[in-house]
Ligand binder design. Structure first.
Ligand code: GDD
Ligand code: GTP
Length: 431
């Protein structure tokens, strides 16, 4: 029997995803029509003997999360539960804290997945790879190739090319180590808990007189840890490398982090493309009295799109959204309840919940795609502002309940929720 743990973090995380993460937990943000972690759970549901998915995080239980859990349980006929950490325990602290629940029923092994990644997750392949390596006591990390420069933003892996054993692991190194990076998806055998226990006890001893919260809350040195915090990467993988128990399974399928709204547009495009293989029924089709569809487009069945509108490529339209006559939408996510009035044009943007875009208005962002001329390039996580204090061009994001008037232009803008815009704006954050 197999289980999966998804690390969903908490309200202090996902700051680069604002203002969208102000409304609902980032892991529930819809990409290609479904919440980010819905795609994780769907991938898990295809693994034979997958009995349970446990979400671990430090969000207060909330309606959105409860509703999501009951929906996915029904749809995938798999048990899904949320376990709340009393504080941020780090990427492995929660695993250790909830070890009894994870080990209940004696799983043979379990996956751990970061929630802020997306991809065509090769879970079955990771399982067979691990069996090939002799099963038993193991930990397999999903790896992928990045550019030299971008690798510095990830966990970097040096492997034995023949055996795929991890010889050396460095989390976000300062100088180049390797272009093989950690994808934030792992397969563990249950005896990882003995290692976690050792680290837990050592942390207790080392930090016995440290009381305050950890770096996220206090702004103090993030290397100063709370006694209960365990970091999977630094505390477990670094010492485990070279011990013969840590392996990397490398994938060349689609994979990306989702740290920013620009990355959500990128993930949207790739999940829509995957629907071509697995879920053709989710993609909108052209037809009489239907809007013109270009490329991959997802339209929620309750959305109302005028037959003269043109959508695509790479657009998803949420529940009860309305798109008027002659509107044009491309490379964008339109969220639940948004209204795009007649003849407006929306390009490279995220239109928030219940936003209204006036007639003949143009909303446009700048794509934040990986450099197409560099093999293995990933989405860059750019700072919001340039060193000169200017807003870096990025996709346009409009927070919920914003009213955008008719006949204006919004270019590379970020609009916080509940604003009423007076006119056009370019390269601005509207607070
Ligand atoms: N439950 C819980 N508790 N989850 C957490 C906590 C915590 O205290 N801290 C982080 N997480 C979750 C986040 O929600 C996210 O899904 C995941 O753990 C990793 O988050 P970060 O700590 O922000 O790490 P990162 O994304 O910068 O880097 C990690 O992922 C990369 C791949 O995307 C590392 O594992 C890198 O090595 C890796 O390359
Ligand atoms: P590239 O050649 O890929 O750069 O795109 P493009 O020249 O087709 O133009 P752009 O990316 O600016 O626009 C994408 C689509 O939106 C095009 O098919 C345009 O016809 C359409 N479009 C652009 N501006 C407007 C507008 O103001 N209103 C409407 N209704 N459609 C527009």
């Amino acid at each position: 029997m197999i289980k999966t743990i998804i690390l969903i973090g908490g309200p202090m995380k996902g700051t680069r995803f604002r203002p969208l993460s102000l409304e609902l937990p980032k892991p529930l943000f819809p990409v290609a029509g479904y919440p980010i972690i819905y795609h994780h759970i769907e991938a898990c549901s295809k693994v034979p003997h997958m009995k349970e998915v446990i979400l671990i995080g430090f969000y207060q239980p909330n309606d959105a999360l409860n509703k999501f859990i009951s929906n996915v349980q029904q749809e995938f006929k798999i048990q899904v539960r949320y376990l709340q950490e009393y504080t941020a325990l780090g990427t492995a602290g929660g695993l250790y804290h909830f070890r009894d629940q994870i080990l209940a029923g004696n799983p043979d092994s379990f996956f751990v997945m970061n929630s802020d990644v997306c991809g065509d997750f090769p879970l079955k392949e990771m399982l067979s790879f691990t069996v090939q390596k002799g099963g038993g006591s193991h930990c397999t990390v999903l790896g992928t190739e990045a550019t030299r420069q971008q690798s510095l933003n990830y966990g970097c892996i040096v492997e034995n090319k023949q055996s795929h054993e991890i010889l050396h692991y460095v989390e976000k190194p300062e100088t180049y180590i390797s272009t093989t990076i950690n994808c934030g998806v792992y397969l563990f055998s249950p005896d990882i808990f003995s290692t976690l226990e050792k680290i837990f006890k050592k942390n207790q001893e080392d930090n016995y007189n440290y009381k305050a919260g950890n770096g996220w809350f206090t702004g103090c040195d993030p290397n100063t840890q709370m006694k209960e915090t365990i970091r999977l990467e630094q505390d477990i993988f670094v010492p485990m490398a070279g011990s013969g128990k840590l392996y990397v399974y490398q994938t060349d399928r689609f994979w990306s982090q989702i740290k920013t709204s620009g990355a959500a547009i990128y993930a949207n495009r790739h999940y829509l493309a995957l629907y071509q293989n697995w879920h053709k029924e989710r993609l909108a089709k052209n037809g009489e009295l239907k809007p013109q569809i270009i490329g991959d487009v997802y339209i929620h069945p309750t959305a109302d799109v005028h037959p003269t509108a043109v959508l695509g490529p790479n657009v998803s339209v949420g529940k009860h959204a309305t798109i008027g006559e002659g509107a044009r939408v491309r490379e964008s996510i339109v969220l639940e309840g948004a209204v795009l009035q007649d003849h407006c044009c929306v390009l490279y943007s995220v239109i928030g919940w219940n936003v209204t875009i006036g007639q003949w208005t143009r909303v446009e962002g700048t794509p934040n795609d990986p450099n197409p001329n560099k093999p293995f390039a990933k989405v860059d996580v750019k700072d919001t502002f340039s060193p000169e204090g200017k807003l870096n061009p990025s996709i346009t994001v409009i927070g919920s309940n914003v009213q955008v008037p008719s006949e204006v232009i919004l270019l590379n803008a970020m609009v916080l929720p509940d604003k009423s815009l007076g006119g056009s704006c370019k390269n601005q954050i509207i607070l």
